[in-house]
Design a binder for this molecule. Structure first.
Ligand SMILES: [Zn+2]
Length: 158
């Protein structure tokens, strides 16, 4: 898919839209609103993280209605935790066509991506936006440092 992106000059979002069946057209959201970087706080740790304008655009194009509640690093951890011992739903990935499994019943089955394709597209998105990638890396580093400090401070407490 990355090769196709290079060849056609399309964004992954366009490619995903092409993968839709004609029976379920997904509305083109058009030009993005003028998002501004905002600072959010992890709802459990209070740690600040940036929800960048470009990231907000990504969320908006995905149709996500909620802002992230946790730092990027903790979001990743929580997703791993959630998948343990939960019932999974079979869905057909809109990009690769493989049947994958997700945690919640899909509200838009034709728009659903498998984990692999989602991460590929997210990573491709990050590669095209080095500033966001750097923010994520910085956020992950900060989260790792905060976690280490927290563990150091709480070591021996019970
Ligand atoms: Zn896929």
């Amino acid at each position: 898919m990355l090769a196709e992106l290079e060849r056609t000059g399309k964004s992954w979002y366009d490619v995903r839209m092409d993968a839709q069946t004609p029976a379920t057209p997904v509305p083109d959201r058009g030009p993005a609103p003028d998002f501004q970087d905002i600072t959010l706080y992890d709802i459990e740790t209070g740690e600040a993280f940036t929800f960048s304008a470009k990231e907000q655009e990504f969320y908006w194009r995905q149709g996500f209605t909620n802002v992230p509640k946790y730092t990027p690093e903790r979001r990743k951890l929580k997703r791993l935790e959630r998948t343990k011992g939960k019932e999974l739903y079979n869905v057909r990935c809109a990009v690769c066509g493989k049947v994958g499994r997700i945690l919640t019943e899909p509200t838009h089955p034709k728009k659903t991506l498998c984990e692999t394709c989602f991460m590929k597209q997210w990573n491709a998105f990050l590669e095209k936006h080095p500033d966001i990638k750097a923010e994520h890396e910085a956020a992950e580093k900060a989260a790792a440092e905060a976690t280490a400090l927290y563990q150091q401070q709480t070591a021996g407490l019970s």
